[in-house]
Ligand binder design. Structure first.
Ligand code: TRP
Length: 340
């Protein structure tokens, strides 16, 4: 069975909550590396619907309504279903069973110390009314990662504590059963860091209204570029400017012509390069980046039956993989199993 394939390719796993359209921050944070990694790795992508319910229990439709949208975004950026398994965790019961076993390997105090969870509790204003499922979602995510035997997890920096938590659980289980039953995973965090929002705030996020969706129209792209700042303190063209603002950050992230960007940055720092020229470069860069993604998304949106087939086939495949891991864990723990 696949769980004992010592010579199998490294497994890459990642996921996104289906809470809305993916944006440029996702693209530079993890989508781009997934598209590259799908060659040469066994790659799985989760449309993390069960996890998204942990802070949307009052309105499941907000999540379920975005599952297909997320699949369209994936297909549009070049995640190829013949290379990557796209699957839906709510249809993978082995993940719940593994989560249940993992919950015994972590303390509530440890969960409460998780810095990402702490930030999210504050951002969502839960106060003391934290849904238990929310506090425990890092354990469910550990089960996601372990169930697929993933060793590489391409994610944004905010997800690093989730990988640490996964490895803490995996180590504890491995110690308990006396051998390396499950592999530890490594977060693959982009060196470029987190992409700021179009308003210059540190994080691009739909809820903060500063995101540029991958599916944005040309007008939306132009409007987003108008909102960006090159250097708000650069008042006269002849003055030296700072290149740490949003416009240069985006050019660094998305302009394929590195030399021209380097020249422009040097010129801007010296003084003599106007903000409108710099912004004037960003607009076509973003239009060119997003045009093929938008076109591909529109083409897939005309083939929704095929998209549903891709999710069904991917989820079926994932069922086998996750069940195999669960079986080995149960067996190692000596849990009761019905004879077939
Ligand atoms: N927590 C991730 C996010 O909010 C989504 C996710 C769910 C995930 N399961 C995962 C990421 C497994 C990596 C691996 O974006």
């Amino acid at each position: 069975m696949s769980d004992t394939l010592a010579d199998s390719r490294p497994v890459v796993l990642t996921g996104d909550r289906p809470t809305g359209p993916l944006h440029l921050g996702h693209f530079c944070g993890s989508l781009r590396s997934r598209v590259t990694l799908q060659h040469g790795h066994d790659t799985f992508v989760l449309i993390a619907d069960a996890q998204a319910l942990t802070d949307n229990a009052d309105d499941p439709g907000r999540i379920t309504g975005h599952v297909i949208d997320l699949a369209l975004d994936y297909l549009a950026v070049g995640i190829d279903p013949s290379l990557t398994t796209i699957c839906v965790p709510s249809a993978l019961p082995a993940l719940c069973e593994l989560t249940q076993l993992f919950l015994n390997l972590v303390t509530v105090a440890r969960l409460e110390r998780n810095p990402t969870i702490k930030d999210e509790i504050q951002a969502r204003g839960f106060g003391r009314d934290i849904p238990a499922g929310f506090l425990c979602y890092p354990v469910a995510q550990a089960a996601d990662i372990a169930a697929f035997r993933a060793t590489l997890v391409p994610v944004g920096a905010d997800q690093a504590p989730m990988i640490e938590q996964t490895n803490a659980i995996v180590r504890r289980l491995n110690r308990q059963v006396g051998h390396a039953l499950l592999p530890e995973a490594r977060a693959l965090i982009p060196a470029s860091g987190r992409l700021p929002g179009v308003d210059g705030r540190a994080k691009m996020s739909k809820s903060q209204g500063n995101a540029l969706a991958l599916s944005a129209t040309e007008d939306e792209i132009r409007a987003a570029v108008r909102r960006t700042d090159t250097d708000p303190d650069h008042l006269r063209v002849g003055d030296p400017g700072r290149v740490e603002g949003v416009v240069f950050t985006y050019l660094d992230a998305f302009d394929p012509d590195r030399d021209t960007v380097a020249e422009m940055k040097a010129h801007y720092r010296r003084g003599g390069l106007g903000d409108t020229v710099v912004k004037g470069r960003l607009e076509p860069v973003l239009l060119d980046l997003l045009a093929p993604i938008r076109a591909s998304r529109a083409a897939w949106a005309h083939r929704l039956d095929d998209v549903r087939d891709i999710l069904r086939d991917g989820t079926r495949h994932a069922r086998g993989v996750t069940q195999a891991t669960l079986d080995t864990v149960k067996e190692a723990l000596g849990l009761y199993r019905l004879a077939p």
